[in-house]
Unconditional design. Sequence first.
Length: 511
Amino acid sequence: MTSTEATIVVTLDIGGSAAKASAYDIARNACIGSTAQPYPSAPSGRDPGTFDPEEWWLTAIGSLRALAQLLDKPAGSYLGITVSAIRIPFVMLDGSGEAVGPCLLNKDRRALAYVPRITGALGPDEVYQTTGHWPAPEWGLPKLCWVRDTHPHAWQRMRSLLQLHDWFVYKLSGIVASEPSSAAMSQMLDINARTWAASLLAALDLPMAMLPELRHAGERAGGLLPAVAQATGFASGTPVHIGGGDTHMSALSVGVDEGAPVVVAGTTAPVQLTMPDTSLPAQSGALFPLLVSEHVVPKLWALETNAGPTGAIAQLLGGVTALSGSALRAELTRQGFQLMDGDADDELTVLAGNPFFGPAGWEAAAPPTVIGLRASNSGSEVFRACQRGICMAIRSVLHSLLQHSGAVAPHVVATGGMSRSREWDQLLADVCGSDVHVRPLDELAGRAGAVIVSDNALLTAAAGQPAVQVYQPRAETAAMHADAFERYQELYRAAQLSTGSAGQVTSARAR
């Protein structure tokens, strides 16, 4: 087979719980195979806010090897390999290319004390206008400042700072480079100038020399290293391409040309809207509190909100559906859920997503909380209440996205693991009061990687995508969900105010 017949693009997708690998054949416009391997359980004693990048890399190697064996294609079949990865986490490399220092997970908030330093460096408005991200401990910049102060030996050894996407491109090809959609949540990127934010970094005494060259999504980085080729079964020298942020790639897979917001219901629940650069105000500060980043598609911007670790909370409930009574309460407590009494006539509610997107809403996130649990409730009822809570939080952050962007949504697109459930898809349509479009997740896997690597405009056309399933809101449920939405917001706010305390949550309305 000659190089001109190469039609398969492999996308390595680094999520929060597993490393996935998908193959998309652009000639057939179809996903032809995918594999996934979960990361190993953290050993006893490991800091729960950290991860081991080498463990994640070995897991990714296993997923790629399984995909190569599944496909069993000649080496010349592959057009390239690219990467989609969760944003925020970074890896520090020393002069020999080895990882040094702690690697912090997205949800970790230990850098909270560093947020005022960042705000004070340029002022909150200029920080947002420059980076497209308001000051928060979750982003990469405060975490980097924390690492510098608490791990000085690792800091002194560090020569390069790589976003998680960059780390995997480096491990595949040996090339050190970065890309704007994945780098934006580092809060070190000047999104308007498309350069690193020199003034902000200088104000915090952070060296620009640690940051890699910025490259475009889809650009070739290098070739697959021989050792990686031997470990995975792909050919040495297979082109490795720059990829992008996970949410951007997910939105691209389902079609950014529809003008509809995309809910990526995975470990977290980001809601992203793509817009042409001509549609954004001259000062991105006008879009506050939305997150703003460059898209992997040229001349498009991504506006974003997020309902928090919704999928992670739902996953905790996967093993409780058959339980009831004291066994259910005990397991919920063991899983870290806070149990609270509600008002006597309250419906069972699970606070499974944050409905308040922005600095004030993120200042104190409520823990996963079950409110109004009675002895008669089953675990399956708790899980359904969790699904409702997720939809309520998404409804709220979706409204914030549309309100601040000024966009009018023709419908909502849902993707991610939770969208596999038809029950949840219908619930999302009912709660949000909007049509929800869902395409088969397995058929979309790797599609975005194929689009950016091949630069194939045909793949972005809606006509070339798998058939869409449309879920329409049921009018008879509207009033019920409107009341439940108001109640959910009240309960979440009360839980935020009483975080760490036990007892009864009383709504603002009841008081």
